[in-house]
Design a protein around this ligand. Structure first.
Ligand code: NAG
Ligand code: NAG
Ligand code: NAG
Ligand code: NAG
Ligand code: NAG
Length: 489
């Protein structure tokens, strides 16, 4: 089971807030999806008055160097139930109520991402991304009441959370200031996997299946009772149908319920948007793990034909010669003694086929590693070396957590949050966790996202230089307009 994909937001100096996002592997408690959690150093009175009411916090002091005030589950929008289901988020009404909810929330799966021609016409594709924009606006309106700086907001996400953040970076609007000032994208990028148009055949097929399973496929607009039908279903029916749709396409990794090109938040193919040079220029920290594909690719693949079929299904627009090129880039371990994808582990003990390593490596590079390095490359290439706002830092997470998985997608998440499950393993693991945690928090707390000086218990004196290209070469011909030019990424 892969970890939930995460998106964190933080507005500092002292606040830390996050919401979790995910693919449909991880369905949330639907009762209050629009809520967020904030953390700050404790004060005698953990209560904050904002427009919508008094928010009551709690003190957490377990094993932290100092006690922390936590505001868990602050509602930032009305729950998306009944008439509000499949609609953009709606503000919480002001009241004198004291709010002390205990869960954080998010909108994912069909409720957050249900692309189709119909939902596009109804203005409700990419609802999950709209929620995030809504939340960032909430932060602008309210964060000062919690002691935060609305001009120093960091957004922070892993996997689908990182893809989302990439979309917010690319969502540049002339004359409009972005609602965030630094970004951390872990194991993800706007060019990760495929971002399709809202009416792509794959999503049309998934939408039809979803309607079939909810018994809501009836005549098309203008009579359109489809959304009325979906709004009145019990939420159990929605989750059952979305799980079935997701599971139908999951084996081939053609995931349902994804962000799509809507010409509003996602202006076009992300690669074309990068090339246009129009994106929100903020300091970026990004990176990937070694074995990003271990959770996802089929394990038993044991022939070169199965390897190629995987790619043929995933990327139906690829020609036979494109597929041939993939085969050459990842030499077949069966026929090529020199192939680095030859399996030396005990395959029967691990339950893997002889093409697992090859498929895993190629999918890892396709879906995560190359898009991450592409982001770093495009952003650093386009910025002037004297422009602090365009700092880019890149990490490669290489700490193996198991023989089968190596360094898996999401493993670093447990280290950056200095979790006891990691720090209790050994002093060495605690140190790795502390150093990484230190870098992340330094990036968030420093003005301009400068990582050169890490303070704290771990990592003093450890330098993490700015990204300068794969071989450490300084970028030449920097262009503030961000033209990607002819350089092959
Ligand atoms: C959702 O969370 C609430 C509050 O924690 C809990 O009472 C409820 O049973 C949960 N519902 C589901 C479907 O898990
Ligand atoms: C759809 O209709 C079928 C057949 O009547 C029924 O078994 C199924 O439970 C219905 N599904 C939903 C979500 O109502
Ligand atoms: C769902 O699809 C099945 C198989 O194609 C079909 O028999 C059934 O009538 C459809 N149900 C609805 C409600 O459209
Ligand atoms: C590989 O694992 C299998 C099953 O666990 C075991 O029977 C076999 O002896 C192992 N082979 C080697 C070479 O260790
Ligand atoms: C980490 O795991 C990979 C297999 O995924 C293996 O090739 C590599 O040697 C391992 N590294 C260490 C340091 O154990």
């Amino acid at each position: 089971m892969p970890p939930p994909n995460t998106l964190y937001l933080s507005a500092l100096p002292f606040l830390f807030l996050f919401i979790f996002l995910s693919t449909s592997h991880f369905f949330p408690n639907q009762s209050s999806p629009f809520s967020l959690s904030l953390f700050k150093p404790s004060s005698p009175s953990p209560e904050v008055q904002i427009g919508q009411g008094i928010i009551v916090g709690t003190i957490i002091d377990e094993k932290y160097p100092a006690p922390v005030e936590a505001f868990l589950g602050i509602p930032y929008a009305q729950p998306p139930v009944g008439e509000l289901r499949f609609r953009r988020a709606v503000k919480v009404q002001a009241s004198d109520e004291r709010v002390s909810a205990g869960k954080w929330g998010y909108i994912i799966g069909a409720l957050g991402f249900l692309p189709s021609k119909l939902t596009f016409e109804e203005n409700i594709v990419n609802l999950g991304l709209h929620d995030q924009v809504f939340l960032l606006q909430w932060v602008q309106d309210n964060i000062e009441a919690f002691g935060g700086d609305k001009n120093d907001v960091t957004i922070f996400g892993l996997s689908a959370g990182a893809h989302s953040i990439g979309h917010h970076i690319l969502n540049y609007k002339e004359g409009t200031k972005p609602l965030f000032h630094k970004a951390i994208l872990e194991s993800g990028a706007p060019t990760s996997r495929a971002v399709h148009p809202y009416d792509a055949p794959i999503h049309a097929e998934q939408f039809a299946l979803f309607l079939n399973l909810t018994n809501c496929s009836s005549p098309p607009p203008p009579s359109s009772p489809i959304l009325e039908c979906l709004r009145t279903l019990p939420s159990k029916s929605i989750t059952t149908a979305q799980t079935a749709v997701f599971d139908t396409y999951n084996p081939s990794l053609r995931w349902a319920f994804q962000p799509v090109i809507d010409h509003e938040l996602i202006h076009g193919r992300p690669i074309d948007v990068w090339k246009s040079g129009k994106w929100n220029r903020v300091p970026i920290m990004t990176g990937h793990a070694t074995n990003e594909g271990t959770f996802y690719v089929p394990r038993q693949v044991s022939t070169s034909e199965e390897f190629t079929d995987f790619w043929r299904t995933l990327l139906p627009h690829f020609t036979e010669s494109d597929l041939k090129r993939i085969e050459e880039l990842y030499p077949d371990p069966e026929t090529n003694q020199e192939s680095v994808y030859r399996e030396e582990r005990n395959m029967s003990a691990l339950g893997i086929g002889s093409q697992f390593k090859r498929l895993e490596a190629s999918y890892a590079q396709y879906a995560y590693i190359c898009p991450v390095l592409q982001t770093a490359s495009i952003v650093s290439f386009s910025s002037s070396s004297t422009d602090k706002k365009q700092a880019v830092y890149v990490f490669h997470w290489a700490v193996n957590s198991s023989v089968l998985g190596g360094a898996n997608h999401g493993d670093n998440m447990y280290y950056e949050s200095f979790q006891e499950s990691i720090t209790s393993i050994s002093e060495r693991q605690k140190e790795i966790s502390g150093v990484y945690h230190g870098f992340v928090t330094s990036f968030i707390t420093s003005k301009g996202g400068d990582l050169d000086g890490v303070e704290g218990r771990f990592g003093k004196g450890v330098k993490w230089g700015k990204f300068k290209g794969r071989n450490g070469e300084e970028r030449k011909g920097q262009n503030r307009k961000g033209k990607v030019g002819s350089r092959k990424e």
